[in-house]
Design a protein around this ligand. Structure first.
Ligand SMILES: [Zn+2]
Length: 351
């Protein structure tokens, strides 16, 4: 066998992956109550040349399947002969939620609030512990892929601890037009990875239970760009406009209940006081308008025809100045045009 000089086998779950090979490993999960055996699928691509080990994970929230498709395409693109280091792909972390099309685990817990977990803890805690022991502990860097929740659509974006210069460098390399400097949540994978002193990016794009070609391409290009930045793959893909860090973000809530007609799309620039949506009850007697409370960009939105008063309807990212918001809106348009124009290779684009 053609093995790498000085590169050791990659060990996972007691199995050795030789340099220059790809191995499919199933990490056994606690059995489902209906007696079905479940496992967390892992694909290890171990290069013949030395380099960092990078995990790319998806569907920690079981209905956020866009990352699963991003990983499928990523695995098609990786050329083992050229790899410097290791890519550990985990296309479905929450296998329970994936098959039931649910965000949560069977114990109704959010896996992304249950890290670090423990071997003898709750079901969610056991899955979290397994992921930390078998994936995070064996890797140097991570990318975790998410989408909006059900009926919520996100503009492709990176959320990360941008005060850490190593994280910021990778986030800039990923290349989405907008980066959010977001605090880590208690119990999140990001918090657990950070506490091990390792950088991690969280990608958000698209909507739960749906695939959209632009978000998939943004995620795939970003993962390849980060792997190139780390030297794992040779060539960086196209450079888009430089990413802008949002100064903050907030959700705008529906001022009344009824049928909502949205006037703005994801990525649109909005101005303070602008009418973003009109809402009317079924009789038409009571109506209201949702007004933007800031000058910014629509980075997330609700995709529902009906809303209750108080529902979060738009996620608005804002910037240090109006001029900057305008520039970012232009960058988003350019990025979108470029990403849709990217040669998809062997892939049939999803329409
Ligand atoms: Zn998620």
């Amino acid at each position: 066998m053609d093995v790498g000089h000085g590169v050791k086998p990659f060990v996972i779950k007691g199995l050795e992956v030789a340099p220059g090979t790809r191995r499919y490993v199933d990490l056994p999960l606690p059995q489902a109550f209906g007696h079905a055996d479940l496992s967390m699928p892992v694909v290890v691509c171990h290069g013949r040349k030395p380099g960092p080990a990078v995990f790319v994970s998806a569907a920690i929230h079981g209905d956020e399947i866009i990352g699963t498709e991003i990983i499928r395409r990523l695995l098609e693109k990786l050329r083992l002969r050229r790899l410097r280091g290791t890519v550990v792909a985990v296309p479905v972390v929450n296998a329970y939620g994936f098959i039931s099309q649910q965000r949560y685990l069977p114990d109704r817990r959010d896996l992304n609030r249950c890290f670090p977990g423990s071997q003898g803890g709750s079901l969610a805690g056991r899955v979290a512990h397994l992921f930390l022991e078998e994936i995070v502990a064996r890797c140097d860097v991570g990318i975790d892929l998410h989408s909006g929740a059900i009926h919520r659509d996100n503009l492709a974006q990176i959320r990360a601890d941008l005060d850490d210069p190593r994280v910021k460098q990778l986030a800039m390399a990923f290349g989405t037009p907008i980066l959010l400097n977001s605090d880590v949540r208690d119990g999140s994978l990001r918090e657990a990875v950070r506490s091990e002193g390792k950088p991690m990016l969280l990608f958000e794009g698209g909507e739960a239970l749906r695939l959209d070609e632009a978000s998939i391409r943004a995620g795939l290009q970003g993962c390849l760009n980060v792997l190139a930045e780390l030297g794992v793959v040779a060539k960086r893909l196209r450079h888009g406009p430089e990413s802008a860090v949002a100064r903050g973000s907030r959700w705008l809530r529906a001022p009344s209940s009824g049928i909502i007609r949205s006037h703005v799309a994801l990525g649109d620039r909005v101005r303070e006081g602008q009418v973003l949506a009109s809402i009317a009850d079924p009789t038409g007697r009571n109506s209201s308008e949702a007004l933007s409370d800031c000058d910014g960009i629509v980075i997330g939105r609700l995709n529902m025809a009906v809303v209750n008063e108080g529902d979060a309807i738009y996620h608005l990212g804002y910037f240090r100045s109006r001029k900057r918001a305008g520039e970012v809106a232009g960058n988003i348009e350019d990025f979108d045009a470029e990403i849709r124009d990217t040669e998809p290779g062997e892939e049939f684009p999803i329409v």
